[in-house]
Design a protein around this ligand. Structure first.
Ligand code: GLU
Length: 421
């Protein structure tokens, strides 16, 4: 259950605390509030049995952590991955607090995870695991307390099982307990594409600022899940050239450009992008260093460090993933004039449309996709400009600026409410 971290692959919770420290220094935050923000408010570890298809019993361990509740109910996804650890979920929950604050939606931050390789489970086993995990964390979750959503290796079907399990316990349907649900049970139009669309809006603003023509830009995307594949598709619809993409099996590169829709259907058929005809095979590490204008890490944490950051060729890095860049890499990118659009801004479109979904469920009144995208665009563009202004004011990178904005908002809310009792 304990994960070993090295100099190259740093402990994400240590990174998250360091990022907070940097912003707290800029804000001149008093030590009491600093201590409050450094600690997750609630941490639940659960170990639970699942009966496998062959009749045997396996025990899985999972977590649900609420980092901060000062600005509203806790919000954040649930991931299924063999590398999930307590410190990873702590970091991810803290990042959710800042993300909700950057885009100014009324939520605190949370995250959940189960240590499991879901690719090794049958659909029935996954359903049972999800329903039992939901039951175990129902101590914490609820439409007014803590609202999960999809993350790495979970999707709208997972959310449907969570919603159904929670509703069965209550005896009536509680759609607002999770977001990212299928449309026919209270999901929101546009939620599935929202993380990618938000990232696209931020990239459009950044390229404008840098005087780059997005339609003439080349793009590399690491990760081909809900964030990566869809952002590749949306940017190719903006006429950008997608030259490299990857998934957990490896990457593919074609300097002339990849047909993203064809890669998507290839992956649908073969389970990976590797082997896509007409493209060179590259490793996930080499992919990050390919010549391109825009690099989009859309997979896991700890991809860019002080070493490989020196070899990155992109002018803009847009973090569709959470925590792909460590603080050493941030320093290198700042010195090299490479603009990093930080996760808590660049991928906040997902949780923003989760907020819209939650509001629609609570009101039982649903919006069109055009309304959703329009409101999403307004929030993303406003947040980009808020962060940019602070970056210029303090002469810092966009991550530090986003943290100054977010940590400042959460600290203010904490002070306004006062310390109980
Ligand atoms: N898992 C997504 C994230 O990391 C979405 C969270 C949500 O919608 O609550 O932002």
């Amino acid at each position: 259950m304990t994960t070993e971290y090295s100099a190259k692959v740093q402990n994400p919770y240590e990174i998250a605390k360091k990022q907070l420290e940097i912003a707290a220094d800029y804000l001149g935050l008093e030590s009491g509030i600093r201590k409050v923000l450094m600690h997750p408010a609630r941490e639940l570890t659960v170990s639970f049995p699942v009966q496998m298809d062959d009749g045997s019993i396996e025990v899985y361990t999972g977590f649900r952590i609420q980092h901060n509740l000062a600005r509203g109910p806790a919000k954040g996804g649930i991931r299924y991955h063999s590398q999930v650890s307590l410190d990873e979920v702590r970091a991810l929950s803290m990042w959710m607090t800042w993300k909700c604050a950057v885009v100014n939606i009324p939520f605190g931050g949370a995250k959940g995870g189960v240590i499991v390789d879901p690719k090794k489970l049958s659909k029935r086993e996954l359903e049972h695991l999800t329903r039992r995990y939901t039951t175990e964390i129902s101590l914490l979750i609820g439409p007014e307390t803590d609202i999960p959503a999809p993350d790495v290796n979970t999707n709208s079907q997972t959310m449907a099982w969570i919603m159904d399990t929670y509703s069965m316990h209550k005896g009536y349907s509680v759609t607002a307990v999770v977001t990212g649900k299928p449309l026919n049970i209270g999901g929101a139009e546009g939620r599935n594409e929202a993380t990618a669309r938000g990232c696209q809006y931020i990239i459009r603003e950044a390229t404008k600022l840098k005087g780059m023509d997005l339609a003439k830009s080349t793009v590399v995307v690491q990760g081909f899940g809900n964030a990566g594949a869809i952002v590749a598709r949306l940017l190719s619809e903006d006429s950008a050239t997608i030259v490299g993409v990857s998934d957990s099996q490896g990457g593919i590169y074609n300097p002339k450009g990849l047909d993203v829709r064809a890669v998507m259907s290839f992956k649908g058929e073969h389970g990976t992008v590797v082997g896509f005809p007409g493209a060179q095979v590259v490793s996930n590490e080499a992919l990050l260093e390919l010549p391109c204008d825009i690099l989009i890490p859309a997979a896991l944490e700890n991809q860019l460090n002080g070493d490989n950051a020196k070899r990155v060729k992109a002018k803009i890095i847009a973090e569709a993933a959470n925590g792909p860049t460590n603080p050493d890499a941030d320093k290198v990118f700042f010195e090299r004039g490479i603009m990093v659009l930080p996760d808590i801004l660049a991928n906040a479109g997902g949780v923003t449309v989760s907020y819209f979904e939650w509001v629609q469920d609570l009101q039982s009144f649903f919006w069109t996709e055009a309304e959703t995208n329009n409101r999403l665009q307004q929030i993303m563009v406003r947040s980009f400009n808020d962060v940019l202004r602070l970056a210029e004011l303090h002469k810092v990178d966009m991550r530090t600026a986003a943290y100054i904005l977010a940590v400042g908002r959460v600290a203010e809310a904490t002070k306004t409410r006062g310390i109980y009792p």
